[in-house]
Design a protein around this ligand. Structure first.
Ligand SMILES: NC(=O)c1ccc[n+]([C@@H]2O[C@H](COP(=O)([O-])OP(=O)(O)OC[C@H]3O[C@@H](n4cnc5c(N)ncnc54)[C@H](O)[C@@H]3O)[C@@H](O)[C@H]2O)c1
Ligand SMILES: O=C(O)[C@H](O)COP(=O)(O)O
Length: 602
């Protein structure tokens, strides 16, 4: 079998000193909870498994709905959980309530801060954002607390795009101002002469879901559409008839600018004094993204200087904005109170989308819209299921072999596979190895959300290596090997020739097997628990150990002996269904040919 090594795929090393509290009954598990949610059919099928087992005294989890949610979503939630609809909570009230809740659902009006996660005492397992933007949720804090954040990214796209186009047309034709004027008893036909859209250039900044829908509609209005988005595909733009251009070109050539990017460090105040100065005189701006992408004071200056002729804004840095805000009160500015997602249809859709995601996550199903965790496609999960189990068990075994576990710092994981490196997603496997390594030696529960964070926090450096082997690529993996460097072992035979604790496993007929301990080949299915004994190879050993266990009614599920050569050193691996008593283990240790032994819980 030919093999060669490729460089480590991942290297997670960082020591953090702070201790975070983590949920007490929340873990990734594939064995018992592999169910695929088929609910969000519009979404690309990408899933995350999260198991949450705690619930309230009534046996049902409690979901706090902190902002108004569509009826259909509430109905879904009520079928599974105790639903507490408490709107307009102060930050203090939210922090008080949250310790009694397993899930929280919000829109953009609630700040889910670090304090919220800290106040939950580890009970909060899922935050559902009933909409797209998650800038009101402290994602880092959620991840540190092992709390999954899911959103509803698709149901309000069209509503937001329609609102953008509505603002565009309303702004160009002074609809809001003219309406107010007529209601005030005036008839100012000359004052409210507008501008036409047809033939004008509109720059869509952020060519994602909403941006591309706006672009489509703007094309329908006869506009020339250009877009700027450093991450968008040129093919997708071309398919809609849109030219992707640089930011500089977009802002310098546009008659209208429509903003559709998320608020990030890079987009914060992306429209500012400097960028306004580069725009065409008389440009008109629409913002249905986030208020923070515009420097609002600079916009007022640009309006007053005549650089910006008009603006139409649905979103503001501070919501609601101050009543005396110069921007809001500006006569050439049209405003709406963050209504982009607020259509009957979008709110029903969002409510269903988020309720399904939250209920699914609480049930231990696969969350399609996880924001703070790697998502693994369903078909990959199905295929990796037995390897995920193998990964966790190898981690558990390896760490239990360490003498004095505090020194576990460097772990190397090798995946032997005939697949190309980019055809094997190891994130889930790494998370499960981390879980296996950490859980037996701490009170921390590790899941896919917090595994990398927890490893870093404990100063655990996990490097991954792919070993490409010949063979059929139908099987995702040939074997997984876990090595712990620079430690002593309570079972010296687990130390390989190169000095690390080494365990290796394979999946056989769908069942994870331990196939190597140190330099010894064994073959024992990873079910129940395991006793490893090093002995001088000789007849009758299996019988002797088997009868000690049999006397105590401990059922042996598997036995295998790996030896260097006949009658030389050998390692016997014995799978047991039950935990033998201390006395039985002591008797095994007293069998004359046995030089060392260890009992390992899976
Ligand atoms: N007003 C509302 O009620 C409302 C409703 C829905 C969405 N939104 C907001 O609209 C925005 C877009 O939502 P979406 O669903 O289309 O998100 P999306 O993720 O599908 O699209 C965002 C796009 O912005 C691009 N982008 C990121 N950084 C950029 C940069 N520096 N310059 C240019 N483009 C950049 C991304 O590549 C992506 O294509 C978000 O801020 C969202 O919160 C508002
Ligand atoms: O990000 C979003 O989905 C929109 O801004 C809508 O926010 P909302 O749910 O508060 O209306």
């Amino acid at each position: 079998m030919a093999s060669f090594k490729i460089p480590a795929l991942n290297d997670h090393s960082l020591s953090l000193s702070s201790k975070s509290r983590l949920p007490s009954a929340f873990s990734v598990t594939l064995r018992d909870n592999l169910r695929f949610s088929r609910s969000s059919s519009r979404l690309q099928r990408r899933f995350l498994i999260v198991t949450a087992s705690s619930a309230s005294i009534t046996g049902k989890p409690t979901v706090l709905v902190a902002e108004k949610l569509g009826e259909a979503g509430l109905t879904l939630l009520n079928q599974f959980a105790n639903v507490d609809c408490s709107y307009n909570l102060s930050p203090e009230e939210l922090c008080t309530k949250i310790s009694l809740c397993d899930a929280l659902i919000v829109r953009s009006g609630t700040k889910v801060s670090r304090e919220v996660f800290e106040s939950s005492g580890g009970r909060l397992k899922v935050v559902g954002r009933a909409g797209v933007g998650i800038d009101n949720v402290d994602l880092a804090a959620a991840t540190e607390h092992g709390c999954l954040v899911v959103n509803a990214p698709t149901a309000n796209t069209v509503a937001a795009a329609e609102h953008g186009v509505a603002l565009l047309a309303a702004m160009a034709r002074n609809i809001a101002q003219a309406d107010a004027s007529v209601k005030a008893g005036k008839w100012q036909r000359n004052k409210y002469v507008g501008v036409s859209l047809v033939g004008k250039t509109i720059a869509v900044l952020g060519f994602g879901k909403v941006g591309s829908e706006v672009a489509r509609r703007a094309k329908g209005l006869g506009m020339h559409v250009i877009a700027h988005d450093p991450y968008a595909s040129a093919d997708r733009a071309r398919a809609i008839g849109v030219d992707l251009v640089s930011f500089e070109e977009a802002i310098a050539t546009a008659d209208f600018i429509s903003l559709h990017m998320p608020l990030t460090l890079a987009t914060n105040k992306i429209l500012n004094d400097e960028t306004f100065a580069k725009m065409k005189k008389g440009v008109r701006i629409v913002n249905v993204a986030r208020g923070g992408v515009i420097d609002e004071e600079a916009l007022v200056r640009a309006l007053d200087a005549g650089i910006v002729a008009q603006a139409a804004l649905d979103v503001f840095t501070e919501e609601p904005p101050k009543q005396d805000s110069k921007l809001v009160q500006h006569e050439r500015v049209t405003v709406t109170p963050h209504l982009g997602a607020s259509t009957m249809e979008a709110q029903e859709g969002v409510a269903i989308e988020i309720a399904e995601a939250v209920v699914g996550a609480l049930k231990g199903e696969l969350a399609a819209t996880a924001v703070n965790a790697p998502m693994v496609p369903a078909e990959v999960l199905t295929e990796l299921k037995p390897y995920v189990e193998l990964a966790e068990k190898l981690g558990r075994l390896a760490v239990q072999l360490v003498a004095g576990v505090s020194g576990v710092k460097n772990v190397k994981v090798s995946y032997a596979s005939s697949r190309a490196p980019d055809d094997l997603d190891t994130r889930l496997l790494r998370a499960m190895i981390t879980k296996g390594l950490i859980e037996p030696i701490s009170s921390v529960y590790v899941n896919l959300v917090n595994s990398d964070y927890t490893a870093k926090q404990r100063g655990l450096r996990i490097t991954e290596e792919r070993i490409i082997i010949d063979g059929s690529s139908e099987t995702p993996l040939e074997s997984i090997q876990v090595q712990i460097a620079n430690v002593e072992s309570k079972f010296a035979s687990a130390i390989s020739d190169s000095g690390e604790i080494k365990v290796e496993g394979k999946v056989k007929d769908g069942i994870p097997h331990l196939t190597k301990v140190g330099s010894f080949e064994v073959d024992v299915s990873l079910e129940g628990s395991i006793i490893l004994c090093r002995q001088v190879d000789q007849p009758g050993m299996i019988g002797k150990v088997g009868s000690i266990l049999g006397e105590e009614n401990v059922n042996v599920s598997f036995m295998s002996v790996g030896r260097i050569a006949p009658r030389k050193q050998a390692v016997m691996a014995i799978g047991v269904d039950d935990q033998p008593s201390k006395q039985s283990l002591q008797r095994i240790g007293e069998v004359p040919a046995i030089e060392e032994f260890v009992f390992l819980k899976l």
